[in-house]
Design a protein around this ligand. Structure first.
Ligand code: PMP
Length: 413
């Protein structure tokens, strides 16, 4: 017997939502034994389990009612203070006077919620959101339900094309609502904006009256030297900064934060109240407790060292299996050498397409994410994202060998 049906009517907004293209692609890769350069997961080896265990016991012993009760939408006050102090100290160490007040810090349920709240507060149907090319797909997914026009600004390894930005910041007598930008170890490209391009972007955005939405989940994961100072630090009144504990502590606790100017903070707070009242008080206290005594300054260097050795293994394997990349870049895979973060950006030989290659690569035992879904505008079909943090060094070598074999076979056809 067939099940009875019911006449659900979905909203137009729901009709515009799509499953993440990447999640769909990754389904192909979820076969046992596949070496995956595809996932965006931090290495679980970096999760400070013992510290969380101790923090959990302490939080429940010292303040069970506070941890388990409803609480303020702004977030747990001591955590907001810790975040404000951390950012102010980082900025000062880089010669920037960014005096972050706890009053401007809103604790969010992951920085992904920050993207959703900012979209709700700043975007209308038909209004313009500017993004880099390529950009983080999860941000575009957060913006889309508000029905904006998402427009990509030409970008390269150094930063954004400011002439293109100027051309797109105003349209039909209106101003774009913001530029969403990932200056450090970008997802998907692993690129980092240079100091010169940050200074120029900050100045141009201020001139244009264009707000910046700076997303910085990877900024602490530098390998040799810290990246140049943040964009928001240069002009706090004109920027919203999104931070995350996912890549330095653990993504499963879903803890992030927004630093917003006083002009928009109350609206973000109202959107936060409507979304989930507040982020889990228990998780906020756990994060706060673990961060006591400068824990991050001991812990984060261990993540940097691990990810750097993984990146080096991938660079070494790529150089070994694609020896012609410098001499014949159009006939070889080419790639960048990210200075931090989790991802490397590679480009297939001319005429090849990463979406078409993926099933052949999976047959050989390796997976990656094609770059095309990360473009809001014209995609580069040859591009692909390779994560170097989850597979072991041995798997990185085997995976790159399998990728090389898949590419050669396709080239020979
Ligand atoms: N922004 C970027 C650029 C990301 O890569 C991610 C995680 N993949 C997020 C935001 C969301 O991170 P979270 O919600 O875990 O803080």
């Amino acid at each position: 017997m067939s099940k009875p049906t019911f006449p659900w009517t979905l909203s137009e907004r729901a009709a515009r939502m799509n499953p993440s293209v990447i999640r769909e692609i990754l389904k192909v890769t979820e076969r046992p034994g596949i070496i995956s350069f595809a996932g965006g997961l931090p290495s679980s080896k970096t999760f400070p389990v013992a510290e969380f265990e101790a923090a959990c016991a302490k939080v429940l012993r010292d303040d069970p009612a506070g941890a388990l009760q409803y609480a303020a939408s702004e977030g747990y006050a001591p955590l907001r203070e810790t975040v404000a102090a951390m950012l102010s100290e980082q900025a000062a160490a880089q010669g920037q006077a960014w005096d972050v007040s706890p009053a401007n810090v809103l604790i969010t349920t992951g920085s992904q919620q920050g993207l959703d709240l900012v979209a709700k507060v700043l975007l209308d149907k038909g209004s313009r959101a500017l993004v880099e090319s390529p950009t983080y797909l999860g941000a575009v997914m957060a913006f889309t339900p508000m029905e904006p026009e998402v427009i990509s600004v030409a970008s390269d390894a150094e930063g954004l094309d400011l002439a293109d930005l100027r051309a797109k910041a105003h349209y039909n007598g209106q101003a774009a609502r913001f530029l969403y930008v990932l200056p450090n170890f970008q997802n998907p490209t692993g690129r980092t904006m240079t100091e010169a391009s940050r200074a120029a972007l900050s100045q141009t955005a201020a001139e244009l009256g264009l707000p910046l939405m700076e997303d910085n989940p990877y900024g602490d994961l530098w390998f040799d030297t810290p990246p140049p100072p943040s964009l928001t630090a240069r002009n706090p009144a004109g920027g919203i900064y999104l931070g995350s504990f996912s890549k330095v502590l653990a993504p499963g606790l879903r803890m992030g934060f927004i630093v917003a100017p006083t002009a928009v903070y109350p609206k973000l707070l109202q959107a936060k109240q409507a979304a989930d009242l507040h982020s889990p008080g228990f998780n906020q206290r756990m994060i706060h407790e673990v961060m006591q005594d400068g824990f991050l300054s001991r812990h984060v260097p261990t993540i940097r060292a691990l990810y750097k050795s993984q990146r080096d293994a991938m660079l070494q394997a790529l150089a070994q299996h694609f020896p012609d990349s410098a001499t014949q870049p159009e006939q070889s895979l080419t790639w960048n050498a990210p200075a931090g973060g989790m991802f490397l950006w590679a480009r297939l030989p001319v005429g090849m397409n990463a979406v078409d290659l993926l099933p052949h690569a999976v047959d050989k035992g390796v997976a990656f994410v094609p770059g095309a879904p990360f473009y809001a505008g014209e995609p580069d079909a040859r591009s692909m994202r390779l994560s170097f943090v989850t597979p072991s060094v041995e798997e990185i070598h085997r995976g790159v060998a399998a990728l090389a074999a898949a590419i050669r076979e396709q080239q020979a056809l």
